[in-house]
Design a protein around this ligand. Structure first.
Ligand code: IVH
Length: 666
């Protein structure tokens, strides 16, 4: 690869991984499988190691994802919650085994094999036999205090049995949802028109972060415990302590075994790779741990993972079936997605009839033809994929990708460097128009709740609306004659359209639906260009000067606002009274302008989240890691020692809470 291409690829990978991080950690709605995500991350890690000169300082490889949300108190873990190194390859597993043996210099070593539960990890603190705290993993150092929600999980003991448990210890494990509960939950959601959860793990993540524990109780979550931490544990090894913990009332998995050699480990893997299909919950691999604590200590830890454990992940489940035909779907942005219609086949718990084919390149690469017997794969997620050809017993010609939009007939375009074909007729192609309106009204955009997808479809088909701006011209009299709408529901729609006029500028910007402008980018743009006219007139250079705005986004913004009908559309929205500038009253000062501030520790006067908002309201930027670009650290009590050390090394100033508040008041 040329140097320029390497730098481009690194930027591209970083952008893509950030995007998927948001979907996974923030929205609990991933679009790609863990496997695909790991491949992206590994490629980025490899390129960064090989070409450190191109690595971004805030590269996504620098941070493990975090699930901290602002509804809960953030608390520090007593022992950091590490992740596990993982592999999909048996050779790498053998390498791990050899490394351990070498590290232990010939000592005899016992391993423990366990299942790798695919849920949400949790750390439970027990004091004097009582559950006192339950914290999510968060960023590994601190997580959300979800104690009240966790208390609703019946398999987690609130009070321990017996009298031989340590006075103070932590139990860690995985909260999960059974397939049965998951299906019931999604059925109910479908009936009430709510978004469906993609898989049990996402449903679990969503449930554990709900606002009311009474609602969590209705999700029937379950929990396996697989790791105990404390200073006064009864045994000197993992296995015996877990068995003991069972007698205190914990749900310890029955499928843990001790292994003496690699053959035992591979037998365990082979068995569970098949047997997992009969479980009523998801596992995505197995975990191999060194049993003895002394040996664990001897092997030690890397920055993020123990050297005494590894996970081996199963490849996604596959099935073989016939490709019957290919449909082409047109999305909100005009992107064309080919979808395979398949001879129905049973795969990982459901019957699969359709699968994604991604794009023209993918079809060409696989040389997929109608009539082929194909491999279909479900990566534990959402939409199954066609990943290869199993058999070809026909003479059908190669698949020709469509040249015209199946919805409006416009000739498709394909931009250089992009994999997807697009229908360029954004303002005349029905699914694009409807898709844009549906995005516009969605919860995180204008939040016009009482108008659902079906109503948008109906209003559009009846000619009442041609774009989102037309919503603001709607009157009750327009809606009433339509079937299904009574006075009350028509009023609700008009009222929620009216209230959307107060939605703040960053969300309005997001609602417009520019390509590559998700919620986070919209916030960044709104901050840098505090009114829409500044943004409309911004040059590519001005746009790319903004931290985190790359060329791809800049070009998308420029292209969007260069269209006369878009300007007309924005003007109509302005006339309707939507917010197209940052509310100045909100912005308190720009005393922290251009400053990058890291918050660390525990505070007295405001919560951490309040401080984050305060920093933004005074023009500053919150950053999660200390670097030479950090302006100062807002340091509360109990700031972590490693952070302190790093700050000292880089000469970054620490400001106390009082100093900081004084600075703002002055
Ligand atoms: S042990 C220091 N055991 O996998 C080791 N983790 O990728 C701590 N997980 O965050 C973890 N099953 O959420 C361990 N039997 C098991 C597990 C398991 C699932 C999850 C856990 C952890 C992640 C690491």
């Amino acid at each position: 690869m040329e140097k320029l291409d390497i730098s481009k690829r690194i930027n591209e990978l970083s952008d893509t991984i950030r995007y998927h991080n948001e979907l996974y950690y923030r929205d609990a709605q991933p679009e790609i499988s863990d496997f695909e995500y790991d491949q992206l991350l590994k490629e980025l890690q490899r390129l960064e190691t090989q070409y450190p000169e191109f690595a971004q300082t805030d590269s996504p490889t620098q941070r493990i994802g975090n699930d901290i949300s602002n509804k809960f108190e953030t608390v520090y873990h007593k022992y950091p919650m590490l992740s596990l190194g993982n592999t999909y390859s048996r050779e790498e597993l053998s390498d791990f085994y050899r490394r351990v043996q070498q590290g232990l210099e010939g000592q005899e070593c016992e391993f423990v094999c366990e299942l790798k539960y695919d849920g949400v990890s949790i750390s439970l603190t027990y004091e004097n036999g009582k559950l006192t705290r339950a914290v999510t993993r968060g960023d590994g150092t601190r997580g959300d205090d979800v104690t009240e929600n966790v208390k609703t999980i019946k398999s987690i003991p609130l009070v321990l049995k017996g009298d031989d448990y340590p006075q103070n210890f932590e139990m860690r494990g995985e909260i999960f949802m059974t397939h049965k509960t998951f299906e019931k939950l999604n059925n109910i959601r479908q009936e009430s028109g709510d978004n469906l959860f993609a898989n049990p793990r996402n449903a679990t993540a969503g449930s554990i972060k709900m606002q009311y524990s009474s609602e969590v109780a209705k999700r029937y979550l379950d929990c396996f415990l697989y790791y105990i931490l404390g200073e006064e544990l009864p045994y000197d090894n993992h296995f015996d302590n877990l068995k003991k913990a069972k007698s205190w009332g914990f749900k310890i998995p029955e499928d843990i075994i001790k292994c003496k050699n690699l053959d035992d480990v591979f037998d365990y893997i082979n068995y569970w790779d098949t047997a997992r299909k009969n479980l009523d919950y998801d596992i995505d691999g197995i975990v191999l741990k060194v049993n003895n604590y002394k040996q664990q200590e001897q092997l030690g830890y890397t920055a993020k993972t123990p050297r005494w454990a590894i996970s081996y992940k199963f490849k996604a489940e596959q099935a073989v079936t016939e490709l019957l035909s290919i449909d082409y779907q047109v999305g909100r942005t005009g992107a064309i997605t080919p979808v395979a219609n398949l001879q129905p086949v049973f795969l990982a718990g459901t019957t699969v009839k359709r699968a994604s084919l991604h794009n023209a390149e993918q079809i060409a690469l696989l040389d997929l033809r109608i009539g082929d017997k194909v491999f279909v794969e479900k990566g534990g997620e959402i939409i199954p994929k066609v990943v290869g050809i199993a058999v070809r017993e026909h003479k059908n010609p190669p698949t020709k990708f469509i040249a015209h939009c199946p919805e409006c007939g416009t000739e498709l375009i394909k931009n250089e460097g992009e994999a997807k074909h697009f229908c360029p007729n954004d303002n005349g192609c029905p699914p694009q128009i409807k898709g844009k309106i549906i995005h516009f009204i969605s919860r995180k955009a204008m939040n016009i709740e009482s108008l659902g997808e079906e109503s948008v479809e109906l209003f559009f088909n009846k000619g009442l609306i041609h774009n989102a701006a037309d919503l603001y011209q709607l009157k009750i009299e327009d809606i009433l004659p339509l079937e299904r709408f009574a006075q009350k529901s028509a009023e609700n729609i008009i009222n929620s359209i009216e209230s959307s006029k107060t939605v703040p500028y960053p969300r309005v910007l997001y609602a417009l639906g520019l390509r590559y402008v998700g919620e986070t980018v919209a916030k960044i743009l709104a901050k840098a260009f505090p009114n829409i006219d500044l943004l409309i007139n911004a040059s590519i250079e001005e746009l790319t000067e903004v931290h985190e705005i790359g060329e791809r986004i800049a070009e998308s913004v420029k292209e969007y606002f260069s269209q006369a009908d878009i300007i007309e559309f924005v003007n109509k929205l302005k006339e309707a009274g939507l917010q197209f500038k940052v509310d100045r009253e909100e912005q308190k000062s720009d005393i922290l302008k251009d400053m990058s501030i890291v918050i660390s520790g525990v505070f007295v006067h405001h919560s951490r989240d309040e401080y984050k908002t305060i920093i933004e309201l005074h023009g500053g930027k919150n950053s999660s890691s200390i670097s030479k670009n950090t302006s100062f650290i807002l340091a509360g009590d109990n700031m972590g020692p490693s952070k302190k050390e790093k700050a000292q090394k880089l000469g970054v100033e620490l400001k106390s809470e009082e100093e900081f508040l004084k600075m703002l008041n002055d």
